[in-house]
Ligand binder design. Structure first.
Ligand SMILES: *[C@@H]1O[C@H](CO)[C@@H](O)[C@H](O)[C@H]1NC(C)=O
Ligand SMILES: *[C@@H]1O[C@H](CO)[C@@H](O)[C@H](O)[C@H]1NC(C)=O
Length: 122
């Protein structure tokens, strides 16, 4: 098992926009946002798990697991099933959490801020 702790500081750069239509524009400096926790574990077979957290309240966790799946001809093949979640604080100060997964049937995400097409109960 290999555990790599990634660099603890991520640096965000302001994008310099020096000239727009011949006009000088100023570059607004952006404060770097620190990553306060970061873990990554990659298995030789392709499975992995990672997570990180930033000082402004963004959390992300994801893992990939191998799974035997059937293709359209009922032949088994190995796929990586990805499951994860991320959360952040929205402009109203509310923490939003999104869970997502991706497997041989596609990508699926759920969270309060994501509309569902499930019929509403009456
Ligand atoms: C695959 O297996 C399912 C269930 O056993 C069966 O209903 C289906 O006809 C099979 N499809 C093919 C292409 O063999
Ligand atoms: C996301 O998953 C966690 C743990 O499985 C669960 O407690 C939570 O209710 C889920 N959140 C959403 C928005 O689906």
């Amino acid at each position: 098992m290999i555990v790599v702790t990634l660099a603890l500081v991520a640096v965000a750069y302001a994008v310099p926009v020096n000239e727009v239509n011949g006009l000088e524009s100023t570059t607004i400096p952006v404060e770097p946002i620190k990553i306060i926790r970061s873990d990554y574990d990659q298995q030789p077979n392709g499975e992995y798990v990672f997570s990180f957290e930033t000082e402004n309240g963004i959390n992300r966790d994801e893992n990939g697991e191998l799974k035997e799946a059937l293709d359209e001809k009922n032949k088994t093949h190995t796929v990586i099933v990805v499951r994860g979640s991320y959360s952040y604080t929205d402009d109203d100060g509310k923490v939003e959490t999104i869970n997502y997964s991706a497997d041989e049937k596609g990508y699926h995400a759920e969270g309060e801020s994501i509309p569902t097409n499930a019929p509403s109960s009456r």
